[in-house]
Ligand binder design. Structure first.
Ligand SMILES: Nc1nc2c(c(=O)[nH]1)N[C@H]1C(S)=C(S)[C@@H](COP(=O)(O)OP(=O)(O)OC[C@H]3O[C@@H](n4cnc5c(=O)[nH]c(N)nc54)[C@H](O)[C@@H]3O)O[C@H]1N2
Ligand SMILES: Nc1nc2c(c(=O)[nH]1)N[C@H]1C(S)=C(S)[C@@H](COP(=O)(O)OP(=O)(O)OC[C@H]3O[C@@H](n4cnc5c(=O)[nH]c(N)nc54)[C@H](O)[C@@H]3O)O[C@H]1N2
Ligand code: SF4
Ligand SMILES: [Mo]
Length: 680
């Protein structure tokens, strides 16, 4: 495959590898073999040359003086952060000899991989690594920290991760950003919404925090955390009651509308208002506005599903466009995730067959703290890549206690000495995506693209695929699955007969074309991948899985006798914990704050700008209070996954619960409770 490495100067196409729905097309400017500037590629059909602040400042991260250049071995105590430089040969020999011994004494399941999508490149995030741990028979990681509750809830209605083509949303006349801080987390959807607005569309935002997205809305609707499912059910009550539904659409494209009509009778506007905090008048206005809009689009975010009841909430919301027939209108419908359209051949990429049907245990990544602290058959070695669990995983104090176990052999592969890496026994330097070959498929827009390496590996850094090839060889695994090239890995994943949307996208075609779109000539509503082939308002599949067949509302779990619901979301200038260690991005964010309602603050004698203690039985943070009317009383919101550093106590995940969501075993970051008090 082409590589731009040898061309010392020029401008080269690339793709953003961050875990962001927009998956922008990029242009990389190179001088003397170094990247000097990253900008948006104006030729990308959706992102059209604009990119976020984070990536505009990416060069400062790529060439940060703290970037890891060579492998390290711990010499001090666990977590002390004292390391010496070692060679790759030593590092690989050390890891594999420790693993061989562990396997002999305790079996293969004593080893656990821990990874997520710090790099969205498909062969980097789920290629050689998955093959390797499958072949080893290691414990398996259930990767459900992000959107598993919501995508599963949505899939019960629609059959999969499929929704509106975002390019069509310029035709929407009503855009509802529901539990998504899109200005920060999906900026090109906001740009499309602004285009729609020029054509007369209205923008509604439903959120627990009037942040930058709420501020751009024509109508901001504050809601009590964890009550979105109730809101959707209350809206459906009004829609059916006031004959605002589309009977013909329901008849043709759905199953279960009669049952749903009966079911929602009990969700009265009065009860809905009491639970959600949205007034009866506003409920009527929203229902009418939604039903009578020529084309309404709901962008369902991650915020509303990071709750105990997040699966059902998404399930309930996903019924709205079917009940009102918006799916049949250009730009109408919903997006939770669109990953279904570009689904690659996971089996050929990850090779689960290498497990040879071994029944290895499965550990949910949301409960990594408990898993590391369990004494029976403990995890004795963990290999972390593409993720920073010490900062991003819930109930962080348990996670850290687990990571610091003296008898845990911890290996971390990353670009930086992250908080997790500081606790490691061996640290391996990773290449950035600009140093790799890979392919990318967005979970929002419909374009696939290849990535060719633009610069040489930084120092001695190696890509994920290369590291797992080395590990396999040294473990004595001779299977040809571990000798294939990156290009062959891409080939294996692109070859997916199951997916009608991508049958025209081959490696050859991709080499010729920077951006290839899924074939959207297939109508979404014909042959939906549900059991019935239709939109399932009533779902037999849910009964089989042990759920109510209709959308229901169950309040979030009790979480201690604390005054505030605690909502610690991401911020604008970091991407999860990525960039939280880079000066430039820290300066842009200044410092972490906790947003409180003025009524709460005055009751607790807290002034705006004052440092406060946020705490519960899981942990404590000290943050600066931002007092105002951006959040409802009883709600405390923070933004950004900062870590404890320079003596500051600001790791929000120290406070978050590690319960699993109702559906999809997802994370419940936003269903925790805290107290807030003055620091006297
Ligand atoms: N700048 C930036 N962009 C990112 C990321 C980042 O860290 N920074 N992370 C990336 C990743 S991995 C993901 S998954 C996405 C996440 O991006 P989003 O889908 O936007 O999800 P969140 O930012 O977690 O939460 C969205 C909104 O939900 C609100 N919220 C919380 N609880 C509730 C509730 O109960 N009901 C309602 N209606 N709203 C609620 C929060 O206040 C927040 O404004 O963004 C991606 N993009
Ligand atoms: N409180 C709270 N916690 C949250 C969330 C929240 O909203 N609130 N959001 C959750 C969500 S939605 C998500 S998706 C998770 C994300 O959690 P993570 O996936 O852990 O995301 P990051 O913190 O960005 O860490 C990614 C790491 O991968 C490294 N990396 C990047 N590229 C490569 C590579 O090619 N190879 C290797 N080996 N490493 C690489 C980066 O340097 C970085 O350290 O966080 C979750 N945690
Ligand atoms: S983080 Fe998102 S918005 Fe920023 S450049 Fe990457 S894909 Fe685009
Ligand atoms: Mo995520």
């Amino acid at each position: 495959m082409t590589s731009y490495i040898d061309q010392k100067n020029g401008v080269f196409p690339s793709v953003c590898s961050l875990d962001c729905p927009d998956q922008c097309g990029l242009l990389i400017h190179k001088e003397d073999g170094k990247i000097t500037k990253i900008e948006g590629d104006p030729n990308h059909p959706v992102t059209q040359g604009s990119i976020c602040n984070k990536v505009r400042h990416m060069t400062s991260r790529l060439y940060d003086e703290n970037r890891l250049q060579y492998p390290l071995k711990r010499i001090g105590d666990k977590g002390e952060g004292k390391f010496v430089r070692i060679s790759w040969e030593e590092a690989i020999a050390e890891i594999t000899s420790r693993w061989k011994k562990l396997i002999q004494e305790h079996g293969t399941e004593s080893i656990l991989p821990y990874s997520f999508y710090g790099n969205m490149g498909l062969i980097t995030s789920e290629g050689m690594d998955r093959r390797f741990f499958n072949k080893l028979g290691a414990s398996q990681l259930d990767r459900k920290i992000c959107q598993s509750a919501g995508t599963k809830g949505y899939s019960y209605t629609m059959g999969g991760n499929i929704g509106v083509d975002p390019e069509d949303t310029i035709h929407s006349k009503l855009i509802i950003f529901w539990g998504i801080n899109a200005v920060s987390t999906n900026m090109h959807q906001v740009m499309l919404a602004q285009k729609a607005r020029k054509n007369g569309a209205k923008i509604v935002v439903i959120d627990v925090h009037k942040n930058q997205t709420g501020r751009l809305a024509d109508w901001f609707i504050p809601i009590k955390p964890g009550t979105d499912g109730m809101l959707a059910l209350g809206l459906m009550h009004i829609l059916f009651n006031n004959n605002l539904v589309d009977e013909a659409f329901m008849q043709e494209h759905t199953v279960g509308h009669k049952e749903l009509r009966e079911h929602v009778k009990s969700f009265t506007p009065e009860q809905t208002a009491a639970i959600t905090g949205v007034s009866v008048e506003d409920l009527h206005e929203l229902a009418t506005m939604y039903a009578t809009s020529p084309s309404a689009f709901i962008r369902i975010g991650n915020g509303l599903q990071h709750h105990d009841n997040g699966g059902m909430a998404t399930r309930a919301i996903s019924c709205l466009p079917a009940v009102t027939g918006h799916w049949a209108k250009k730009g109408g419908g919903a997006i939770k995730s669109n990953s279904g359209f570009l689904a690659h051949n996971e089996d050929q990429l990850q090779r689960p067959d290498l497990l040879a049907n071994k029944e290895t245990r499965v550990i949910n990544m949301n409960q990594i703290g408990d898993a590391l602290l369990q004494t029976e058959d403990p995890v004795r070695s963990m290999f972390v890549y593409n993720s920073n669990p010490a900062v991003v995983a819930p109930s962080a104090n348990k996670v850290r206690q687990g990571l610091l176990r003296d008898d845990l052999f911890l290996v971390v592969h990353d670009l930086f000495l992250t908080e997790t890496a500081k606790m490691a026994d061996i640290v391996l330097p990773a290449t950035s995506s600009y140093e790799n070959t890979d392919f990318y498929a967005s979970y929002w827009h419909h374009y696939v693209q290849l990535q060719q390496p633009v610069i040489e590996p930084f120092g001695e850094a190696k890509s994920n695929t290369e590291v797992f090839r080395l590990l396999a060889a040294e473990m004595g695994i001779s299977d040809e699955a571990f000798t294939v090239t990156d290009e062959e890995l891409i080939q294996a994943s692109l070859d997916n007969e199951q997916n009608p949307y991508t049958s025209h996208i081959t490696l050859g075609v991709l080499k010729e074309n920077q951006y290839m779109k899924a074939d959207m000539s297939h109508s979404l509503l014909e042959n939906l991948p549900t059991a019935s082939g239709k939109i399932e308002l009533y779902s037999e599949t849910m009964i089989q899985d042990g759920y109510d067949p209709l959308p229901i509302f169950v309040p979030i779990q009790p979480d201690g006798d604390y005054e505030f619901m605690f909502i610690p979301g991401p911020n604008h200038n970091f991407l999860n914990s990525t960039f939280s260690n880079n000066d430039k991005h820290q300066k842009l964010e200044k410092e972490p704050k906790v947003h409180l309602n003025s009524a709460d603050a005055s009751r607790l004698f807290i002034d705006d700008g004052e440092m406060v203690k946020v705490w519960n039985d899981r942990g404590i943070c000290e943050l600066r209070a931002a007092v105002g009317d951006n959040v409802l009383p009883g709600v405390a919101v923070t933004q950004g996954l900062w870590s404890d550093q320079d003596g500051k106590i600001q790791l929000v995940n120290a406070l978050t619960p590690d319960r699993l969501s109702d559906i999809g075993d997802g994370a419940t970051f936003f269903s925790g409770r805290v107290n807030v008090s003055k620091i006297s």
